[in-house]
Design a protein around this ligand. Structure first.
Ligand code: ATP
Ligand code: MG
Length: 572
């Protein structure tokens, strides 16, 4: 490509609205422009990068046996009503009516549509397994679109859906996608991890998120120092701590319970300090509403309850903090003073496993401005269940090895999910099995954010001068810079190298503008093209040109005759 015939509108200044580095750099490098909140134009350089990622994704999906198709983005409401998601999806689903007043939405994901195709077209177990995918524009009316194309409202996703006859076959389809995702993100040159993720309320299923490691990531990953255990913070399990290993609770120095007045003390810290204890001496009691009944959840004062873990332990569809009315009804006291001793109503008490060994704890007294000291689990109250229900922290024991858990931030670029029969049952999508019976398809769904992957790569690869693209997804592999277009020798040799590189299939951009060398260098660094060749009068005197690699900013001079083979080596 000749830059004089191309379009890369780079900017000197950081755009004011951009918060993260990838957003700033994508705008400055002339890759994207904002059209409206969370809606972006991809300019030529941005589109070219997007296509590189798409091609890798497409190749690996095809290699894994998935079949490409294309579904519409305007979707009729009927299918969404069949799955009940028309009501459950909430405001992220952009809905509208056509001229005949029929209801539609813009597709945020396509389970309903693919299930509709498959229930009409696939009749027999003999046609299974099958996995369809598309690379297509999605719309989600995100409450807080931000970080440019990383969390936008309109974005391009690769979404795949597998259909199987048996559970074992569905697991095989799932792991085939898991492997394909590993290859995709490796080929994209990213540092990433596959982590266990929450499956929401679809029982019996499992899920992994693919996280690109970056300090600006919105997700927190807990991973083990000693093994490959890694999980999303919300559900990271905690191993057994030394303290919990003691089977028998030490029963010495137990104090009697004592009700004390704690006027105006609201926080754990205030109460603990007032009563000369530490935060860990407190037992926090949270009254939680589930789909069936309220329960009390107990965690130490220095810990945070994980609603995700609690939901799993209870096998509940949903869990949320109870309203003050319910708290009053269940405990007899106002919100903020609940405790497990003397609850007004008999409700299930689920305690974090670390609560079992607390001695002489402080709890709420189920009365305004009152607490109880000297509370001992087993003596003063009994939990119905001790389980792992708190949010993991750095330094917690790993659930699978002797290591400890450490937190890192990540950007979710991909998600694999075993769906089971949620959609096939709701939409009556069945096939006739080997035994002649009609059975619902067992499904999986698998997404990759194409634009988010590009942004994540930039979050990982950048410096003060701009982007450092991994070779496989860079918009161009090589940028060729003639420092002075008026110098005939420079111009001729640059053209020769350009033609020679093109002849062997190198994706090369020649900066043949009449700009100064300084401006060309700045733009080359900003746009992050991995290999830069500079043709200037000074090195030409020795029959040489300069090759510089963007990733390490290392440069060296090579003979003109060797430049093509040097580039070939770098591209290997
Ligand atoms: P998040 O938790 O970040 O909102 P999600 O769980 O809603 O993601 P999925 O429904 O699993 O995402 O979608 C599959 C992939 O699509 C994600 O892994 C991500 O790469 C991409 N994606 C999701 N939402 C957006 C968005 N608003 N902008 C850009 N990419 C997105
Ligand atoms: Mg989302």
């Amino acid at each position: 490509m000749r830059l004089s015939n191309y379009f890369i509108p780079t900017l000197k200044e950081d755009p004011a609205e951009a918060e993260v580095i990838s957003h700033k750099l994508m705008i400055r490098a002339g890759m994207i422009r904002k059209l409206a909140a969370g809606i972006y134009d991809y300019l030529p350089l941005g589109l070219k990068t997007l296509k590189k990622v798409e091609n890798i994704v497409r190749e690996e999906m095809n290699n894994a046996g998935a079949i490409e198709l294309l579904m519409p983005s305007v979707l009729p409401a009927e299918l969404w009503k069949e799955s009940k998601r028309w009501d459950f999806y909430g405001k992220e689903l952009l809905r509208f009516n056509d001229r005949a007043d029929r209801e539609y939405c813009l597709g945020p994901t396509h389970e309903e549509i693919i299930t509709d195709i498959v229930r009409k077209e696939i009749r027999s177990y003999k046609q299974l397994p099958i996995n369809f995918y598309q690379i297509q524009t999605k719309f989600r009316d995100e409450i807080r679109p931000r970080f440019g194309v990383m969390r936008s409202r309109e974005f391009i996703m690769k979404d795949a859906y597998s259909f199987d006859a048996t559970d074992e076959a569905a697991d095989k389809s799932y792991w085939a996608m898991y492997e394909a995702y590993n290859r995709i993100f490796e080929r994209c040159g990213l540092e990433f991890r596959a982590v266990l993720a929450d499956t929401g309320n679809i029982g019996g299923s499992f899920s992994h998120e693919f996280m690109v490691l970056a300090p600006t990531g919105e997700d927190i990953i807990m991973s083990s120092t000693d093994c490959d255990y890694a999980a999303n913070l919300e559900l990271a399990e905690i191993g057994v701590s030394d303290n919990e290993k003691e089977k028998e609770r030490p029963q010495k120095d137990l104090k009697p319970i004592n009700e004390v007045s704690t006027p105006g003390m609201k926080t754990v810290e205030e109460v603990a300090k007032f009563l000369n204890g530490s935060d860990g001496d407190l037992i926090k009691t949270l009254i939680i509403q589930t789909d069936t009944e309220p329960v009390a959840a107990l965690v130490r004062g220095d810990a945070e309850l994980s609603l995700t873990k609690l939901r799993k332990v209870l096998g509940a569809e949903y869990v949320e903090l109870s309203t003050p009315d319910v708290i009053q009804e269940v405990t007899g006291g106002p919100m903020g003073f609940s405790g497990p001793v003397g609850l007004k109503k008999k409700i299930k008490v689920i305690a974090d496993k670390s609560v079992r060994n607390i001695q002489n704890a402080i709890t709420g007294a189920n009365k305004a401005d009152m607490h109880i000291t000297g509370v001992n689990p087993g003596r003063d109250f009994e939990a119905d269940l001790y389980a792992d229900i708190r949010v993991a922290r750095d330094g917690d024991p790993c659930p699978q090895s002797n290591g400890t858990l450490v937190s890192t931030r990540g950007i979710e670029v991909g998600h694999v999910f075993k769906l089971g029969t949620k959609y096939s049952e709701a939409m009556n999508a069945t096939f006739s099995d080997i035994d002649g019976k009609e059975k619902p398809f067992i499904m999986g769904c698998y997404g990759i954010g194409i634009g988010r992957t590009v942004a994540a790569a930039i979050e990982q690869g950048n410096d003060e001068a701009g982007i450092k693209f991994p070779l496989a997804i860079a918009p161009f592999e090589v940028t060729l810079i003639p420092t002075n277009m008026k110098n005939e020798n420079v111009k001729t040799i640059s053209d020769d190298i350009y033609s020679a590189l093109k002849a062997i299939g190198v994706d090369v951009l020649i900066d043949d503008r009449g700009e100064s060398a300084g401006i060309k260098f700045k733009d080359a660094e900003l746009t992050g093209i991995p290999i830069r060749i500079t043709v200037g009068p000074r090195t030409l005197e020795n029959g040489e040109v300069e090759i510089k690699t963007r990733m390490d900013n290392e440069s060296r001079n090579v003979k003109i005759e060797e430049v093509v083979s040097e580039v070939e080596k770098l591209l290997l």
